[in-house]
Design a protein around this ligand. Structure first.
Ligand code: ASP
Length: 440
């Protein structure tokens, strides 16, 4: 029998009406047996996510201020959902317990986790599924690190034989029982851990967009949706700023070859984006996606005969390491070596780095250029298509974008282009036009 894990994000569970859509989705496919809810998200622009309300409420408790009003507002969010779903049960006791634990200052993680915990209980009642507390099955070590092995073992045992379950997202517990959360957006991780533990055929991640878009809709109006993307392509794109899914949700599944389908609760008829290990499904366009980030500095170190100096690159990179800076790219020429770093991290260390470089490699010249952006053109289809780079650069030239740096990864999965910050949007629009609009 097919097994599908379904995770619903906060906007999919923000109100009773959203719960009803979710209920319909779950009941329309018997394979949807494992449900992972987030906490209620925003119902409208300017609204607050319950997780944020919980953090704020707990802060009051920690500062020995009156938090009862803030907690009542959170309770009201759940009451509205319970009433709207015509469920007949009380959460008074749960809230008394939460208030007591807040007074005892049991911790911020516990506070934040109640958003998912309560939503899980409501969801289980609504669907008539069994509720399994994530604190039982998601294990953290005493030092707070996630314990993948133990989680897999405990969870697969606990879920064995259960037909239909709700497991709240975002948190687990340490061996002493204290609650620990993942980083924000962590319900995605819970979903993928459940999928791994039960050897699911599919992990559906339901959110409020119909999958991944080829590029940022703030830069290109109504970009097309990516129908299939590989884990590697996604990693390249999410690193460059495209985030729909928590990064750490990918690793547990990648190892198991379980595909992820990102879907839209508000448009369940849309097929969304499939994220897979590998596919022979040819992308519709040569490129899969365009990502990018602003705010880089390039440090170019020039020295005559550098190419003959063994250990030059190592010594340069060591300076960055010792200054606690991670580098992004290192394009080089015969007598030049350039390092790209994040401007925000570099600025305070600039003079130290220059001094250290002088000491380490005695360069003829060090040149800095700031306010640079990196654009990543990603696509498994590029490997088999001649002229991709040519098309990118002629599109950029036509758009009057000056290319500062080019780096094609050896996997031929991506081409990274350095441009000035002010050309960033134009560069992405030009590349989108040449590959998507011209090919439509
Ligand atoms: N509710 C948590 C957050 O807002 C976790 C999640 O939604 O995935 O970050």
């Amino acid at each position: 029998m097919m097994k599908t894990v379904v995770k619903f994000g906060g906007s999919s569970l923000a109100s009773a009406a959203q719960f009803q859509k979710v209920g319909k989705i779950i009941h329309s496919d018997v394979a949807r047996r494992y449900v992972v809810p987030s906490a209620p998200g925003r119902r409208f622009g300017g609204d607050m996510k319950v997780t944020d309300m919980l953090y704020e409420c707990y802060r009051l408790a920690e500062e020995d201020k009156n938090f009862q009003g803030a907690l009542e507002n959170i309770k009201a969010r759940y009451m509205e959902i319970i009433k709207g779903l015509f469920l007949n049960f009380s959460i008074d006791e749960k809230f008394e317990e939460i208030a007591k634990n807040f007074r005892n200052k049991v911790g911020e993680c516990y506070a934040a986790s109640r958003g998912e915990y309560l939503n899980g209980i409501i969801m289980a009642k609504y669907l008539e599924f069994e509720f399994v507390d994530a604190a039982e099955v998601i294990c953290f070590k005493e030092n707070g690190n996630f314990d993948a092995e133990k989680t897999d073992e405990v969870m697969s045992k606990r879920l064995e034989g259960l037909q239909k379950v709700v497991i709240p997202g975002f948190y687990g517990a340490k061996p002493n029982g204290s609650v620990k959360t993942f980083s924000r957006g962590g319900s995605d991780i819970t979903g993928s851990l459940v999928a791994k533990a039960v050897h699911a055929n599919l992990y559906e991640n339901w959110t409020d967009v119909s999958g991944f878009l080829v590029t940022d809709p703030r830069i290109v109006k109504d970009p097309v949706t990516i129908s299939t993307i590989t884990y590697r392509e996604m990693r390249e794109l999410s690193y460059m700023g495209a985030t729909v899914l928590h990064e750490d949700a990918i690793f547990p599944l990648r190892k198991e070859g379980i595909p992820i389908n990102v879907r839209n609760t508000n448009c369940p008829e849309d097929p969304g984006t499939m994220i897979v290990e590998s596919t022979c499904n040819k992308p519709k366009y040569t490129i899969t996606g365009i990502g990018g980030k602003k705010g880089f500095v390039s440090i170019t170190i020039e020295k005559a005969m550098m190419n003959a100096e063994i250990g030059f690159g190592r010594k340069v990179l060591q300076v960055f390491e010792e200054n606690g800076l991670s580098f992004e790219h290192t394009p080089s020429g015969i007598d030049t070596f350039t390092v790209y770093v994040h401007q925000s991290e570099f600025e305070s260390k600039e003079q130290q780095v220059i001094a250290d470089l002088h000491r380490a490699v005695q360069p003829d010249l060090i040149e800095l250029e700031s306010d640079l952006a990196l654009v990543a053109v990603v696509g498994r289809g590029m490997r088999h298509t001649r002229g991709t780079a040519g098309r990118i650069f002629s599109a950029l030239a036509h758009a009057h974008v000056n290319v500062k740096m080019i780096d094609q990864g050896s996997s031929e999965l991506n081409i990274i282009i350095g441009v000035e910050n002010r050309d960033f949007e134009t560069a992405i629009q030009a590349i989108y036009e040449i590959f998507v609009i011209a090919q439509k």
